[in-house]
Write a protein that binds this ligand. Structure first.
Ligand code: 3DU
Length: 212
């Protein structure tokens, strides 16, 4: 069975991030790095974590096309497998990410998991249409907002990666059943005494949902 878990390494200490990545390298689909880890260590952490698996940089790129290109090129050069971009900035901005990615996998945010995300989530269908036209590889859609997730799944066959499990209330079984291909999990894993056990349990739950 394919690996289904993406671990978000939102820790402040680089050593902790690397230790977790090393211990989970055989059982996860990928690692997700967000601004906190980069800002507390250095951009080179992207390459260092890449030694233990695919790295998706969750930088939620959201700027003018030229700046987006600079960010994306640098992320690719540092060794990332994927990058997460916002889509609400419009076609030219998202296209600049896809073009600069040159083979790196681009995921587009079309809905979010936090309270107050209705402003973006209510435009998810329009953002998806634009993202597909721009050639994104996949989407970020919330695991804890099942109606939004289901609607997004119904509009695409592309890969959906979903945060919002555990600490944000989402249930992994329900998320996979309603369209998530990969579950993004941070605190439930890196705050656990046994991150490997936590990932294994999530993986088993995802497998059960796929079989059902
Ligand atoms: O809540 P967790 O600790 O499992 O971490 C979730 C990660 O996913 C974290 O890096 C957060 O910034 C990111 N994320 C969301 O939680 C929700 C979104 O809509 C998009 C990204």
């Amino acid at each position: 069975m394919d690996k289904r878990i993406i671990v978000a390494l939102d820790v402040k200490e680089k050593k902790k991030a690397i230790d977790i990545a090393e211990s989970l390298s055989d059982i996860v689909f990928a690692f997700k790095i967000n601004w906190p880890l980069v800002l507390y260590s250095s951009p080179e952490v992207i390459g260092e974590i890449s030694q233990y698996g695919k790295v998706i940089c969750d930088f939620k790129v959201a700027d003018i096309p030229y700046t987006n290109s600079l960010i994306t090129e640098r992320v690719r050069d540092l060794g990332a497998w994927g990058i997460i971009s916002h889509s609400f900035l419009g076609e030219e901005s998202l296209k600049s990410v896809v073009n600069a990615a040159k083979g790196m996998h681009v995921f587009s945010v079309v809905a979010m998991s936090h309270p107050g995300s209705d402003m973006i989530n209510s435009n998810a269908m329009q953002l998806m249409k634009l993202s597909i036209e721009c050639g994104v590889y996949g989407f970020v859609a919330p695991a804890n907002k099942i109606d939004d997730l289901r609607m997004i799944r119904s509009a695409t066959d592309r890969v959906i990666i979903s945060p919002g499990i555990g600490a944000q209330g989402g249930d992994p079984y329900t998320a996979v059943l309603n369209g998530s291909d990969y579950l993004i999990v941070g605190r439930s894993v890196y705050e656990s005494d046994k991150p490997e056990l936590e990932v294994s349990k999530l993986q088993q739950t995802a497998e059960r949902a796929i079989e059902d």
